[in-house]
Design a protein around this ligand. Structure first.
Ligand code: DGP
Length: 116
């Protein structure tokens, strides 16, 4: 499985950089975001290093489904019954700052639209 020792999220899933894990299995992990933008803000990430959404290929289809289903389960488990938002920033213009794909799960308040 691809790993990049220079990547923050690879180091977190390897256990060499600390994080608050809300979930972990063979393919996916869920971290609480260190800079929360809502009362509930977590990141669903693959264990495999994938730099951006643009690096996804057909072979990642099952992994992408796992990430989305994990996010939906997480929202249910954390009581976000009034609604929540899943955000995937891709590239500099979208504000991607960590170059290992991560699905933001935001909830616990009314979220404005359109986003900035
Ligand atoms: P993005 O801008 O879409 O690349 O989101 C990156 C997110 O990662 C941002 O919301 C802050 C979060 N983050 C940055 N560094 C760390 C860290 O060391 N640990 C955790 N848990 N989250 C981090």
């Amino acid at each position: 499985m691809a790993r990049d020792p220079a990547c923050l999220f690879c180091r977190i899933v390897a256990g060499t950089t600390p994080a608050e894990f809300l979930y972990r299995d063979e393919h996916t992990a869920v971290l609480r975001d260190v800079r929360p933008q809502a009362p509930f803000h977590a990141l669903v990430i693959p264990v495999e290093h994938v730099r951006t959404l643009d690096d996804l290929r057909e072979e990642h289809a099952a992994l992408v489904a796992e990430l989305v289903l994990r996010a939906v389960t997480l929202a249910r488990e954390h009581g976000l019954a009034e609604g929540y938002r899943l955000v995937w920033n891709c590239g500099a213009d979208a504000g991607q700052s960590v170059w290992h794909i991560h699905l933001h799960v935001l909830g616990g308040r009314a979220l404005a639209w359109p986003p900035g």
